[in-house]
Design a protein around this ligand. Structure first.
Ligand code: PEP
Ligand code: MN
Length: 345
């Protein structure tokens, strides 16, 4: 990596067997990675998935710590996990996105951490794009007396088709940075991208945006992984990625204008995605009208839509002229697309 290696935490989504854990860890150690991650308890969205090896995997992490000198990290979601992980000497505990979304669970974890100032805690963003929920979780952990804490941006669940597994919504971690300039904020490109090919571009973007480090899933045999197979890279692939990443000087994430511009970019990105979705629904309606021999333009419906949108826009503080211009342009394009469907084929 040009310009000096930022903090890199790497390791498998899950510790599956002793040999997989060890083989991955040794390869990472050899390439200079200092912090090893592996999930022991896996909160899965759907029942029936691989839920981690549980307590049985803790000795494998202990062995990695002993034999490689790396710090070891795992996810905790309950008080029992915290006790077991601390007992096993795990150096870094992270709170996963599904847990951060639940204030009761985070408070229980915080209470269990009282008096354990030696531990480092990473707080991933909640699954939903809610900065306050993320900040609240961080405050609960800080309230327990934990002093070594970092936030991890892993993207947000969103409905509909997206390029990435979890929508990055960069403006949210950027706002966190603006509010807490001294806090370490890491980026997890694996859970944002969801695919091997996205790890490098997302990592580069994160470094360019001034994130303090990366958490990347890495497995000695990704295609056989029991969880998150598509997004894990081999240690060799990770090495090539890290070698190619460029660390540029300057921290645009702290730059007020840069932050605001990023928010504009995010808004435009959302606007275009919504417009594309609207046009696709409109084309479906066009096919329905064609099949049922209905007119493309239905004035009563148009009047009603415009009336409702104007009222809604006024509530949002948008001017009448602007709203009319935009809504008319959108409507005209919808009509054009539906007429195209009628005239072609
Ligand atoms: C993980 O790091 O393997 C994990 C489950 O992450 P997240 O909580 O971000 O989904
Ligand atoms: Mn994972």
């Amino acid at each position: 990596m040009e310009g000096g290696l930022p903090l890199v935490i790497a390791g498998p989504c899950s510790a599956e067997t002793q040999s997989q854990t060890r083989e991955t860890a040794l390869a990472l150690r050899d390439m200079g990675v200092k912090v090893f991650r592996a999930g022991v308890w896996k909160p899965r969205t759907m029942p029936g998935g691989f839920e981690g090896m549980g307590d049985a995997a803790l000795p494998w992490l202990q062995a990695v710590k002993r034999d490689t000198g790396m710090l070891v990290a795992t996810e905790v979601a309950t008080v029992e996990h915290v006790h077991a992980a601390l007992e096993a000497g795990i150096d870094i505990l992270w709170i996963g996105a599904r847990t951060t979304a639940n204030p009761f669970a985070v408070q229980d974890i915080a209470d269990a951490l009282q008096g354990h100032e030696e531990v480092t805690v990473l707080v991933k963003n909640p699954v939903n794009p809610d900065l306050e929920l993320w900040v609240g979780a961080i405050q609960r952990i800080l309230g327990a007396g934990v002093t070594r804490l970092a936030a991890v941006h892993r993207g947000f669940s969103s409905a509909g088709a997206h390029i990435y597994r979890n929508d990055p919504q960069w403006h949210i971690p950027f706002e966190l940075r603006r509010r807490a300039p001294a806090m370490t904020i890491l980026c997890d490109p694996s859970h944002i991208g969801g695919k091997q090919e996205f790890i490098e571009p997302l990592s580069q973007l994160a470094l360019d945006a001034g994130f303090d480090g990366l958490m990347i899933e890495c497995h000695c045999n990704p295609s056989q992984a029991l969880s998150d197979s598509a997004q894990q890279v081999t240690p060799q692939a990770l090495k090539s990625i890290l070698d190619r990443l460029v660390v540029r000087s300057g921290a645009p994430i702290n730059d007020e204008l840069g932050l605001l511009r990023q928010q504009i970019d995010d808004c435009d990105h959302e606007l275009l995605a919504v417009l594309a979705r609207r046009m696709s629904v409109s084309r479906e309606i066009g096919l329905f009208k064609k099949a049922h021999n209905l007119r493309v333009v239905q004035p009563a419906r148009y009047q009603e839509v415009m009336r409702a949108r104007m009222a809604e826009a006024a509530q949002l503080g948008l001017t009448e002229d602007f709203t009319q211009l935009i809504m008319q342009a959108i409507h005209e394009e919808s009509v054009r697309q539906q007429l195209d469907l009628l005239n072609n084929s």
